[in-house]
Design a binder for this molecule. Structure first.
Ligand SMILES: Cc1ncc(COP(=O)(O)O)c(C=O)c1O
Length: 375
C-alpha cells in the first residue's frame, strides 16, 4: 500500500462559516433561552424514560493525536461504534429505549424496516435476539440488498425474518411496514406485534443521542468547540437538546447522509424529545440548525471521493474504520472544514463515530480503486 497519496491538497480561501474555536460561534439560538441543568440532572430526566440495558456504556472518547496533528485541531473521537449490540453504532443506545417501549406494550414481535443494509435494522434484530422477541424487517430492494453481505447477512444470522420490498426510503417503507403489521396481526391474532413507527421511535432515538452528548461532556477534560456527526434527524436533535439543557455553546454540525428535509425532521425530533421528558416547549430556530447536505454526493449510500479519502485518512492515522454511507461522509466534512480554514488552529473538536462499519466491505471495489490498487 506504500506510495498511496492519502489526501488531496487543501483548497484554501473557501470558508463557508465563520471560524470556529476561540470566537463564540452563533449557534443554538433557541427561541426561548433553555434552562441550564447539570449533567446529573439531565441524566435524571433521561432516566425517567423506561429503558433496558443492552449495550456497552460508556463508550470511549479517544484522543486522535495523529489526525489532530495532520488537521491542526484537537480531535477526539466518540466511539459509538464500540457500543456493542452486534458491531456497535448509535442505535445500540436507541434500541435500549425502543425495545423497552415494545416490552412495555407486551410485544411478542417487532416490525421495523429501512434500507437493505440498514444499521438500525441490524441493531433492532440484535436487541430482539437478546430479548427473545420475534423480529420482522422490511428492507428496500436495491443493488446492495445482498443477503450474503453486511448488515443483511447479520439480520439473517440474528434470526430476523426479512421481507424485501420495492419501495422508496422514508414514506414508502413506512407504508410497507404498516401493511405488514396489518397482515401479520390479522393472520396471528394471538400475537402482539409492535410496529416501529417513525413518530414514536425517533423521539426515543433522540433521547439516546442526548445521553451520548452528556457522556461526552462528562468525559471531556476541556471545553468542546464543535461536534461533527452524521445525521439527518435524531442524532443531531439529541445533541442539540443535551447541549441546550447543559447550557453550552458547542456548535453541533450534522452531516446529512440523505437528501431529506433534515431541518424540519431535527426540529420535530427535538420538540418531541422535550415533550417526552416533560419539558416545556422551546422550539429551535431553524436557522440555528447547522445541517450540511453537500457531502451526500450522487445519493444515499453512494460513495464519494471525499468519503473514501476520509476512510483512508482515519484508518491510516488512527486505525479507525469508517463507512462510506454515514461516518465517511461526516468525517469528510470535518476534514474539509479543517483544511479550508473554517476551523481555527487548535479548535477542540469531537467527531462522533456513529457506527455503520458492517457495510464497509460492500464497498471493497471502490476502496481498492481509490487506493489505486484496482483499475
Ligand atoms: C451509522 C449511522 N450514522 C448516522 C445515522 C443517521 O441517523 P439520524 O439521521 O437518525 O440522525 C445512521 C442512520 O441510519 C446510521 O446508521
Amino acid at each position: 500500500m506504500a506510495g498511496i497519496e492519502r489526501t488531496r491538497s487543501a483548497e484554501k480561501g473557501s470558508a463557508r462559516r465563520p471560524e470556529l474555536g476561540h470566537q463564540p460561534y452563533q449557534m443554538g439560538k433557541a427561541v426561548s433561552a433553555p434552562a441550564q441543568y447539570t449533567p446529573i440532572q439531565v441524566r435524571e430526566l433521561l432516566n425517567s424514560v423506561p429503558r433496558i440495558c443492552l449495550s456497552h456504556l460508556p463508550t470511549p472518547l479517544d484522543l486522535a493525536p495523529r489526525l489532530s496533528e495532520r488537521l491542526g485541531i484537537t480531535l477526539r473521537i466518540k466511539r459509538e461504534d464500540c457500543a456493542g449490540l452486534t458491531f456497535g453504532g448509535n442505535y445500540a443506545r436507541a434500541v435500549e429505549f425502543t425495545l423497552a417501549d415494545a416490552l412495555a406494550a407486551n410485544a411478542d414481535a417487532v416490525i421495523h424496516g429501512a434500507a437493505g443494509q440498514s444499521n438500525h435494522c441490524r441493531q433492532v434484530a440484535a436487541g430482539c435476539a437478546r430479548l427473545g422477541l420475534e423480529c420482522h424487517l422490511v428492507v428496500r430492494n436495491s443493488s446492495r440488498t445482498v443477503h450474503s453481505r453486511g448488515n443483511l447477512l447479520l439480520d439473517h444470522l440474528l434470526g430476523a425474518v426479512v421481507h424485501v420490498v420495492d419501495a422508496e426510503l422514508g414514506n414508502g417503507i413506512e407504508a410497507e411496514k404498516s401493511r405488514l403489521y396489518e397482515r401479520l396481526s390479522t393472520a396471528n391474532p394471538h400475537k402482539n406485534y409492535y410496529l416501529y413507527e417513525r413518530d414514536r421511535i425517533s423521539p426515543l432515538a433522540t433521547l439516546a443521542s442526548a445521553e451520548c452528548f452528556v457522556e461526552i461532556f462528562e468525559q471531556s477534560t476541556e471545553p468542546i468547540d464543535v461536534v461533527y456527526l452524521s445525521s439527518a434527524g435524531a442524532n443531531q436533535a439529541g445533541f442539540l437538546l443535551a447541549r441546550d439543557l447543559l447550557g453550552l455553546k458547542t456548535t453541533v454540525i450534522g452531516v446529512a447522509p440523505i437528501d431529506w428535509d433534515a431541518t424540519t425532521i431535527i426540529g420535530r425530533c427535538y420538540d418531541a424529545a422535550r415533550a417526552l421528558l416533560g419539558l416545556p416547549p422551546a422550539p429551535l430556530d431553524p436557522d440555528s440548525i447547522e445541517n450540511v447536505s453537500r457531502y451526500i454526493g450522487p445519493g444515499y449510500a453512494e460513495p464519494t471521493p471525499e468519503s473514501l479519502e476520509a476512510m483512508t485518512l482515519a484508518a491510516s492515522h488512527e486505525a479507525i474504520v469508517l463507512d462510506p454511507v454515514y461516518t465517511g461522509k461526516a468525517f469528510a466534512a470535518l476534514i474539509a472544514d479543517a483544511e479550508q480554514g473554517v476551523m481555527r488552529e487548535g479548535t477542540r473538536v469531537i467527531f462522533v463515530h456513529t457506527g455503520g462499519t458492517p457495510v464497509f466491505d460492500l464497498y471493497g471495489d471502490d476502496i481498492l480503486k481509490y487506493l489505486g490498487l484496482r483499475a
